[in-house]
Design a protein around this ligand. Structure first.
Ligand code: ADP
Ligand code: MG
Length: 268
């Protein structure tokens, strides 16, 4: 067989291998089942937005990916690394070795910024790369300054979080997440805690990131216009399941499911 042709299917399937894959994942909080037999895959470089009513399980999906929550059944991989090794008799979570690997591939930006209040902006961005990746202080600072420049805050490097506006704090949080050079970046309602006049500057930074082809982004937001603009795919979530998904244009203009339509009417 022609060698070049023979290699193509391999290359194609490798390219199509999902960077995130939930298979039949069930997540419970006590008696409450939040994710029920949940299946979801994200391709490398894909930008996916989760929309849906409050309490439908969107944050739980991100928190599980960020290793902040274990789950009870099913399988989950990130860049092929499993989370689902049973930890003793308890719920499924990654082994310590895998946990370390997973955390080097995924970053998260929270609604409430979550910066370290007692550290300068620069320290916030250099801390993890220095401690976890073992970068020298100088290397970590060099990387941090570049990122702070990218989010427009290099001149604030010696400030403390409390001296910054919410929009500035969130931009630092984005720089901090990027400093680990993650393959996957998770955003959980990154602009919901901001005064309306500060939303635009944060969305602007995320919009620029969305043009990075290698970065896989999973975003929860109520900014529908923005979701439509930056996403390759929008998933409508309800009661722990994806009820409907598709290209943003189709989901926003011609939703097929009554529940999607109802939700969109309530927020648009
Ligand atoms: P969303 O982000 O879509 O608003 P969440 O993922 O935060 O939804 O929550 C899904 C459901 O799980 C909600 O009913 C919520 O009350 C419940 N839940 C979330 N976190 C916890 C927790 N730590 N303990 C108990 N219940 C929780
Ligand atoms: Mg949430």
């Amino acid at each position: 067989m022609n060698k070049v042709l023979a290699q193509q299917p391999d290359a194609a399937s490798a390219a199509a291998a999902p960077v995130i894959e939930f298979r039949n994942v069930t997540k419970r909080f006590g008696a409450l089942t939040v994710l029920d037999d949940f299946n979801f895959a994200v391709a490398p470089g894909e930008k996916v937005t989760l929309i849906g009513p409050s309490g439908s399980g969107k944050s739980t999906v991100l928190r599980i990916l960020m290793t902040l929550e274990p789950f009870q059944e099913g399988q989950l991989t990130l860049a092929g690394i499993p989370y689902h090794e049973p930890n003793g008799k308890g719920p499924f979570r990654a082994s310590d070795r895998h946990l370390h690997q997973i955390r080097s591939h995924v970053g998260m930006v929270f609604q409430s910024f979550n910066l370290f209040p007692h550290m300068s902006v620069l320290r916030n961005v250099t801390e993890a790369p220095a401690a976890v990746l073992g970068l020298s202080r100088a290397e970590a600072e060099c990387r941090a300054i570049d990122l702070l420049r990218m989010v427009g805050l290099a001149d604030k490097k010696d400030h403390y979080p409390a001296q910054l506006s919410g929009g500035q704090q969130q931009r630092v949080a984005i720089a901090r997440a990027l400093a680990m050079r993650p393959r996957v970046l998770l955003f959980d309602e990154p602009t919901s805690a901001l005064d309306p006049q500060l939303v635009g500057e944060v969305l602007g930074v995320i919009r620029n990131l969305a043009s990075e082809h290698d970065l896989t982004m999973l975003l929860v937001t109520h900014e529908m216009r923005f979701a439509r603009e930056v996403s390759d795919r929008v998933c409508f979530f309800d009661k722990g399941r994806i009820v409907e998904e598709g290209e943003p244009e189709r989901i926003f203009t011609a939703p097929a499911e009554p529940r999607t339509r109802e939700f969109l009417q309530s927020v648009l």
